[in-house]
Design a protein around this ligand. Structure first.
Ligand code: SF4
Ligand code: SF4
Length: 485
């Protein structure tokens, strides 16, 4: 048996970063960020190359003027938070537990139709997991199915005061009548038990009219518009079946949407694909020429054989450079106390502020389920109408065995590479659907963009650190933000 004085320590699992000339550390086991004081930085510096005995560390601290009691107290504290750990102990891989099996549902994504009036060349509606199965599926959700979905949501969300319904497509507004009926039904049904429903939708904006906009504003329906940027970029891939671009059609409708809908932020969701990567130009067009409140970007990193719109290494590097430029702008705004609309920073920062430490990359299959027009349940909207991912039906409920299998495979602890990755509290292996398309397994880590994810997470950590030093009040704004995938 060794005494405490003979214990040797090594540095615990951490990611160190500098911000505003201060030294910070991110602890993946806790999803926590600490500013390092000089004494802690000194201890970690001594452990950089090899383990050091407890007595030697304590002696070094007392040589630097610390009392013996303070030195022992500091080493105890560092052990407790995991910044240092005993060298003779094999630490189990510390991973977050899954939420309980009866985790109550919080949100449904209703695919009110799988039909679309556009034929965007990268649309996942025609992904490999669906192409063979869509024939014969209902094209539009019926009112009966939609009501059953609302009943299922409210029944499954026991204990929650509010639930959320997102409308999705295809093109969502091709079934606007159903959307209107669902809002009326869900509001009334939730009120019976003193609860509340919030709403959002995703649309390509081609079918927006003033009455539709007024309905959405009147019911505080959050609107996300799928749009790729200025005319030449939008019309590169967001086209009608004839090949004609959609920019000229949507522009006046977007102006009307932003002018009339004041009850929720209006968000643009940009798909970055080969040739459409100038994120700075896209951001400024959508923010300043059109007037969106927030703009988020999603790169296409995976495509099926025969498609050429996915981003290669150079494309992804270019996107990341653009992200850094927008992150500079974001931070300049934040230091002046102003919000910038680049939501890729805001969303990651919110997760850091609340100490997110994920068991799974997203809410799919946990608090969130997708519903296909037929009423089939799936992990999220991207899996709807894909038979092999069905997790039940709104009429009969969740198939708990299939759900448990999906969640077990998608748990961060089941992804070998992720278990030693410092970015896992936020990434947890990345999108299940993307993993399926790329690797044929929803539980596979998305290893093709790890470097990208780590560089971007490191950048947002630096923004966090800079604000923690220079404008800590601004960080508090991010404690309440919530997002859906
Ligand atoms: S997918 Fe890559 S970046 Fe994400 S947690 Fe796993 S190893 Fe880390
Ligand atoms: S990250 Fe992927 S799996 Fe998760 S909700 Fe979004 S699309 Fe679905």
């Amino acid at each position: 048996m060794t005494t405490l004085l003979e214990h040797r320590y090594r540095a615990g699992e951490m990611h160190r970063f500098l911000a505003a000339e201060a030294d910070f550390v991110y602890l993946p086991r806790a999803g926590a960020i600490f500013a390092l004081d000089a004494a802690t930085a000194d201890v970690l510096g001594r452990l950089r190359d090899a383990p050091v005995a407890h007595g030697d560390l304590a002696a070094a601290l007392t040589d630097d003027g610390m009392s013996q009691a303070d030195a022992e107290g500091l080493l105890r504290e560092l052990r407790l938070v995991g910044l240092i750990e005993a060298d003779h102990v094999v630490s189990p891989v510390a991973l977050v537990d899954s939420p309980p099996a009866d985790f109550p549902l919080q949100a449904l994504v209703l695919n009110v139709t799988n039909q679309c009036n556009l034929a965007c060349t990268y649309c996942y509606e025609f992904g490999a997991d669906k192409i063979s199965t869509q024939t014969g599926k209902p094209k539009y959700m019926t009112p009966e199915t939609a009501r059953a979905a609302v009943d299922f949501l409210l029944d499954s969300a026991k204990g929650r005061d509010a639930v959320h319904v997102t409308f999705f497509g295809g093109e969502t507004l091709m079934n606007f009548k159903l959307l209107r009926d669902v809002v009326a039904y869900a509001d009334a049904k939730a009120a019976e038990s003193g609860r509340r429903v919030t709403y959002s939708l995703t649309t390509n904006a081609t079918l927006l009219t003033d009455p539709i906009i007024d309905f959405l504003a009147g019911h505080a329906v959050g609107v996300t518009v799928s749009i790729d940027g200025p005319e030449e970029m939008q019309d590169a891939r967001r086209v009608y079946k004839s090949g004609k671009g959609s920019y000229a059609v949507i522009l006046p409708r977007l102006k009307a949407l932003i002018a009339r809908h004041k009850t929720r932020a209006i968000t643009a969701r940009v798909t970055l694909s080969a040739g459409v990567t100038d994120v700075v130009a896209i951001y400024h067009h959508l923010k300043h020429d059109i007037g969106f409140h927030e703009i988020g970007f999603a790169p296409v990193t995976t495509t099926e054989d025969g498609h050429d719109f996915g981003l290669n290494g150079d494309g992804m590097r270019g996107v990341l450079n653009g992200f850094h430029a927008l992150a500079d702008e974001w931070l300049d705004h934040a230091l002046r106390g102003q919000m910038h609309g680049f939501s890729n920073v805001s969303e990651t920062l919110s997760e850091l502020v609340v100490g997110t430490n994920k068991s799974h990359p997203c809410g799919a299959g946990l608090g969130l389920l997708g519903v296909s027009p037929s009423g089939d349940l799936s992990p999220c909207h991207r899996f709807t109408d894909a038979d092999e991912h069905v997790l039940g039906h709104v009429g009969s409920g969740v198939d708990q065995d299939r759900r448990a299998d999906f969640l077990a495979r998608g748990h961060v602890g089941a992804k070998y590479e992720c278990t030693s990755c410092w970015a896992r509290p936020l990434c947890a292996g990345g999108c299940h659907h993307e993993a399926f398309v790329r690797y044929g397994d929803t539980g596979h880590a998305n290893l093709h963009y790890c470097d990208w994810i780590r560089e971007w997470t490191d950048r947002v950590l630096a923004i966090y650190g800079t604000l923690a030093v220079r404008n800590p009040q601004f960080l508090e704004r991010f404690a309440d933000r919530k997002g859906l995938s």
